[in-house]
Design a protein around this ligand. Structure first.
Ligand code: MLT
Length: 293
């Protein structure tokens, strides 16, 4: 299934100079040197661009099914800094740096505008791109995410989890998070997915985990942004998502003019992994409507 995660990245780019390479075979991964960091990115297909931004503490394999199946679009699925095969610097993590990285990545790939799909933390980053580079956003897919900032209790929880990552490593984070990320149906019926998600998180670099936790802790509230969103927007949420439950998605849908919402049955917080076929179908229908002549 996760053919994107199998081969090693190829083709390092010249330092600091935007350039691009497009994958020549399924599973080939491009490395884009953005100057401060090099990102690994799976690029498939031709057409209008769809940028797929993963959540915490995952990597581009979250989008394996969508990358494999959404033909007619140029699917661009990067590992964020600190995750997967991208560089994991010791510091420099914030919503601003993730957003700047991704816009530089689009420059590197010679992409002017993209539909941006962000899951959870990926949604927080999509909001940041909208704030900074609205003209680069042709459409939005907000999956299992929320617009508000962390509460005081939530911020304390980030610090506590960062301390756990520093003292016990990524395996402890996997043990803590996997039962919360996956819906109860998935946990009962997809043991292989439970195991592979645990492995993915346990592989995440500690610097990336701690950096992302601090970035999420300090992220701005995006609620006021919602009413100004003028691009076609799809909101997708797993029926059993306990981290960002469907009522949050309903509130975002009500606040964004012309947003539509779909609930994915029997899926939790990671709907693209738990119900990949359903999510790809819903994404595909939305994308077709976005660019229907
Ligand atoms: C994610 O999936 O990216 C995280 O659950 C987001 C968060 O913890 O706020």
């Amino acid at each position: 299934m996760d053919e994107s995660a199998t081969p090693p990245p190829v083709a390092a780019q010249g330092s600091g100079v935007p350039s691009h390479r497009v994958s020549a075979r399924p599973g080939e991964v491009v490395r884009c040197d953005l100057g401060e960091v090099t990102l690994a990115v799976d690029v498939r297909g031709e057409g209008r661009a769809l940028l797929l931004v993963h959540g915490f503490p995952l990597d581009r394999s979250l989008w394996a099914h969508q990358v494999a199946t959404l033909t007619g679009w140029r699917r661009i699925a990067p590992d964020l800094r600190g995750f997967g095969a991208s560089d994991a610097p010791a510091d420099g993590y914030s919503m601003a740096t993730y957003a700047e990285d991704l816009v530089r990545l689009l420059d590197c790939l010679r992409v002017s505008t993209a539909v941006i799909a962000g899951l959870s933390m990926g949604g927080y980053i999509a909001f940041e791109i909208l704030r900074r580079y609205r003209a680069r956003v042709a459409g939005l897919i907000l999956a299992d995410t929320r617009a508000d900032a962390d509460s005081d209790e939530g911020r304390r929880g980030r610090d506590e989890m960062a301390a756990l990552a520093a003292s016990q490593g990524a395996t402890a984070i996997a043990g803590r998070l996997v039962p919360r990320l996956l819906g109860r149906s998935t946990q009962q019926t997809q043991p292989e997915l439970v195991r592979s998600l645990h492995e993915t998180i346990a592989r995440a670099p500690e610097a990336g985990i701690v950096g992302a936790l601090r970035a999420m802790r300090d992220r701005p509230d995006s609620t006021a942004l919602l009413a100004s969103i003028a691009v076609p927007t799809l909101i997708v949420v797993g029926e059993e998502d306990e981290l960002t439950p469907p009522q949050l998605s309903k509130a975002m849908t009500a606040a964004i003019p012309s947003a539509a919402m779909t609930i994915i049955p029997a899926a939790g917080h990671l709907a693209p992994l738990e119900a990949p076929t359903a999510v790809s179908r819903v994404f595909g229908e939305f994308l077709e409507a976005v660019h229907r002549p």
